[in-house]
Each structure stands twice: as C-alpha cells, then as structure tokens.
Design a protein around this ligand. Sequence first.
Ligand code: ADP
Length: 265
Amino acid sequence: LRANFSVIQKETGFVNGLIAVIHDNTEQEKIDMERRDFVANVSHELRTPLTTMSSYLEALADGAWKDREIAPAFLQVTQTETKRMIRLVNDLLQLSKMDSRDYKLNREIVDFKQFFNRIIDRFELSKSQNVSFHRVLPEKQYFVEIDTDKLTQVIDNIISNALKYSPDGGNIRFGFTVKDTHMKVMVSDDGMGIPSANVERIFDRFYRVDRARARSMGGTGLGLAIAREMIEAHGGSIWVESEEGQGTTVFFTLEIEINEEGEWE
Ligand code: ADP
C-alpha cells in the first residue's frame, strides 16, 4: 500500500485539513517485480553461454587454434552455446508474441489420434535412446479444433522432456481419454520424477528442478511455460503428476469438436 498525504493550509498558515489518498499497489508491484525477475533471468541465461564462448574463443586466439585436437573441440563448444542462445531467443520471441494483444491461433479441425500418432512416430523413428514407446489410444475418432503448429510444439516439448529424464531401458506411455466434451491427453515416463515441492513451479518461466543438469541437456527452462500459455490459449489446462524416483505424467485437456459420425459432441 502507498499513501499520499496533502495538507490543506490556509494563507494564514493554519492547517485546516488533511487529505490522505491510499493506493493499492500490490498488483502493480507484483507485475513490476516479475518483470525485473524476468529481465534478470534473461540476462543471466544469455550471459552464461556468452562468457563460456568468450573464454573458449580467447583460448583459440591465444594459440589453441594450432592444436589439431583442441581446436575442433573448442569450436564445438562455441557452436553448442550459440545454438542454445538461438533456442533461447526463439523461445523468448514466442513468449513475447503470446503476450501481445493481437495473438491469434490458427485453428483447424483435425482428427486428434492421427495428429498425435504422427508426432509420436517422428520421435520413435529418430530417438537414439533405449526407451520403449507404448500407445493406449481410443478406437474412435475424435476431432479437435486446434492450431496444429502450436499443439505440435507443446507435445514436442512434453515428449522431449520425457525422453530427457527417462532412464536407459525406460518406458514412455501415450494416451488420451474422453469425458463429455473434453479429452485428457497424457504422456507418462518412469524417469527420475520431480520432488513434490517443485511440481507446481515447473511451469514458471526459467524454472528448472536441477539447473545444472537441465542446462547440460540443452534446455532453456521455457518449454513448459510456453506449453501452458499455448494450452490455455486453446481453453484447456495442463498439469503434472509426479513422484520422485518413480516417474512423471503430464496431462492436458482439449475441447472436442465433433465425433466420427460428424455429430457435435
Ligand atoms: P527445460 O528446458 O529445462 O526442459 P521445461 O520448461 O521444459 O524446461 O521444464 C522445466 C523443468 O521441469 C525441467 O528443467 C525439469 O527439471 C522438470 N521436468 C520437466 N519434465 C520432466 C519430466 N518428464 N521428468 C522430470 N522432470 C521434468
């Protein structure tokens, strides 16, 4: 709270009144604080790769470039860091686009099972880890009206996380169930899980449970924050259930448009 006082004084010097205006600044202060935190986080996230690159480039310039073994390794590091910064800047642009007022979804009606299967196929064909995929999908066709690029990004992020945090020989399960006018989509892994105290925070911008570990895996810490904004823009919700050491399940909901008979649900 902030209070402004004005003293009402007569020409003679006598005070004959006092006006107190009390402002409720808590909401504005919260927004200001979040903005400051955000800028500090972005700066930190950019400074780390830049500092790393700077020292490797300095070593190269100081003569490491002549070493046939060291030089390619150092260049590799600078390339990895550059790619991380590009990912980060792309994620930031994405968030800022979503924050703007004229943000629009490019919706089209698609058969969700087919859409989901194509994304899972792409991961299954290109994965290099020893992780098995299991799909439990309804027989029936269900249609959703979604921005397919955005939803692809959401599902890509969830599956990449499931793979990142899965152990060797792990399993990832994909499924969705339908109730009334909504479907609930789930992706579950039997990986390291998330401590219960942190579960709610993983959708915050830049939040990572284990900073060093997440960074070493190339994450920006923005993936789930973007996923939440995108799902909410579609009118759905997204949440996580997780048990440390047991695994994690990410859920999100979408509204169903029409069923296979072409009926409005
Ligand atoms: P990142 O780029 O770090 O993956 P995300 O926003 O996608 O950022 O995820 C935020 C954090 O949530 C991750 O750093 C990780 O600590 C945790 N997390 C997300 N998905 C999983 C999962 N399937 N298993 C364990 N931890 C996860």
